[in-house]
Write a protein that binds this ligand. Structure first.
Ligand SMILES: Cc1cc2nc3c(=O)[nH]c(=O)nc-3n(C[C@H](O)[C@H](O)[C@H](O)COP(=O)(O)OP(=O)(O)OC[C@H]3O[C@@H](n4cnc5c(N)ncnc54)[C@H](O)[C@@H]3O)c2cc1C
Length: 475
């Protein structure tokens, strides 16, 4: 396992291909740093003895101790530990830990490359294992670039006015392939070592060129990362852990990118495009059963603290709202536990979560995301939107008066009361709050995608039979 300093050094050395607001910027750009700090934490805390066995795992390839983010799940216990790890990390950062993306893609590839080889006699699985060994040894972190820009949502990839609206193979060569397209909303991409590409959807006979999966270093020639950074508002003097974290999403453009065969994990076997897309989504939705409860933990903590400071902690409506949040956090977490326990090993030996439990968990979280923000806004009051800025709070001119008039509970210092509402303001009334809400809704797939998956996997007929039996219907 490497240190966070080594990770920072490694990404700093990448070829500049990150664009922000019209500029080509180095990966040391201060707008990227909050995202880098999140990933750095995953290197730092993995070294701490108290997290040993949860934030770390044993590689099934080398037998070495590795960062769990580089691990292939081999049992229900591995899935449970990943879920626990995700919740612990996200509580620390107050938001998405981001590194799960690569883990979920690796796990999906470890299943599908094996299955493709069984059917087609290809060599994707040994290729993938060689890549995985390198990934684990170097303790790499990766983005998963799945979501295509998709053009007209009602049209299939081959029906689009521009075939590049879904990433595809445009040339096959003796030494590799050339790909073209653009993947959207790619979290972590500008500070990841690698970008792992998988398809977005099921593919038809005509769509073999879109059935492609591969991994490239994030600075590969032809890859352009057009980025939108989001961070909590910077602090002047009242520093706080939350102020150091953020994330960056990229429009990841593949402008005729060459990928050598040893990094290609699917190319043309179109019947595996859909299963790979769904399997990445399944792992990612299971990851959500760890991060979403942590998001609720943090929002619930803010609501409870604001209630205490406002003197309304015992009010009935506050108690009911906190109970509602506990219900969301723990039902989502419980669904993740059930998905792990009811999971199963695939032929490659990789363990996958149960589809129904993982999807109901993710769906429940996505459906409640705006409600959770609403509860915090309700309990915190309007100050979340109007809190005087730090410069005024600290100023000689108005600071003392602001401290006087912000006071709620005299047993709590004015600074702690200011800090509490500053945290809430930064979390729910900010660009970061907006991104967290939309990520909570769409990340891992919009709610309708979970509904579609559920309806496919679920035995509704069994329920109809139960109703018929109770009604005395025999036909
Ligand atoms: C902050 C954030 C981070 C993300 N990070 C990543 C990442 O790192 N990697 C990655 O690959 N993806 C990432 N995603 C993408 C995420 O998975 C997608 O946003 C999600 O799958 C929805 O896709 P979309 O954004 O293209 O929305 P759309 O698919 O355009 O959805 C918009 C609406 O259209 C509906 N719709 C779409 N198609 C149809 C249809 N054929 N018929 C009827 N209705 C339809 C949807 O149900 C939805 O209601 C991220 C998203 C966010 C917001």
């Amino acid at each position: 396992m490497i240190s966070s300093a080594e990770y920072r050094e490694r990404i700093t050395a990448l070829r500049p291909n990150v664009y922000i607001d019209g500029e080509l910027v180095p990966r040391t750009d201060p707008r990227i740093e909050p995202g880098v700090n999140v990933i750095a934490l995953t290197y730092d805390l993995a070294q701490e003895p108290q997290y040993d066995g949860v934030f770390t795992a044993t590689s099934h390839l080398s037998g070495d101790k590795i960062n769990r983010f580089c691990h292939i799940h081999r049992s229900a216990d591995d899935l449970l530990k990943k879920q626990e790890m995700t919740r612990l990390y996200c509580r620390q950062t107050g938001g998405c830990i981001q590194r799960c993306m690569g883990t979920d893609a690796l796990n999906a590839l470890s299943v599908i490359t094996y299955e493709a080889d069984q059917l087609h006699g290809t060599e994707y699985y040994p290729r993938f294992l060689a890549y995985l060994e390198h990934f684990q040894k170097q303790d790499l972190c990766a983005n998963c670039a799945q979501t295509d820009v998709k053009g007209d949502r009602k049209k299939r990839p081959h029906q689009q006015a521009d075939p590049d609206l879904y990433l595809r193979v445009v040339e096959r060569r003796a030494d590799g392939i050339v790909v073209r397209g653009c993947k959207a909303h790619n979290t972590i991409a500008p500070y990841a070592d690698e970008i792992i590409v998988v398809p977005t959807r099921f593919l038809t006979e005509e769509e073999a060129d879109w059935a492609v999966a591969f991994a490239v270093p994030a600075d590969t020639k032809g890859v352009r990362l057009v980025c939108r950074p989001t961070a909590f508002r910077p602090r002047q003097k009242l520093d706080a852990p939350i102020a150091h974290y953020g994330d960056v999403e990229s429009f990841t453009i593949f402008d005729d990118v060459f990928v050598p065969w040893e990094r290609v994990f699917l190319c043309g076997e179109r019947e595996f495009g859909g299963p790979l897309a769904l399997l990445f989504a399944l792992y990612h939705r299971h990851s959500y059963t760890g991060c979403k409860p942590a998001g609720t933990d943090v929002l619930m903590g803010m609501a409870a603290l604001a209630a205490e400071y406002n003197g309304i902690a015992g009010a009935d409506h506050v108690q009911h709202k906190l109970a509602e949040m506990i219900g969301v956090a723990e039902l989502v977490y419980a669904a993740g536990i059930a998905a792990a326990v009811r999971g199963q090993p695939m032929r490659s030996g990789t363990f996958i979560p149960d589809v129904v439990f993982a999807n109901v968990g993710r769906r429940h979280a996505g459906e409640h995301i705006y409600r959770e923000f609403e509860i915090v806004a309700d309990i915190a009051g309007g100050l979340a939107a109007t809190l005087p800025l730090e410069g005024d709070y600290l100023s000689d001119e108005n600071g003392a008066l602001i401290r006087k008039y912000l006071m709620r509970n005299p047993a709590i210092s004015a600074e702690d009361q200011y800090r509490c509402f500053r945290l809430i303001s930064d979390a729910i009334c900010s660009s970061m709050g907006g991104v967290a809400q939309i990520a909570g809704l769409h990340g891992g797939g919009s709610p309708v995608m979970e509904s579609i998956t559920l309806l496919k996997a679920y035995d509704v007929e069994l329920r109809k039979q139960a109703a018929k039996h109770l009604a005395g219907i025999v036909s």
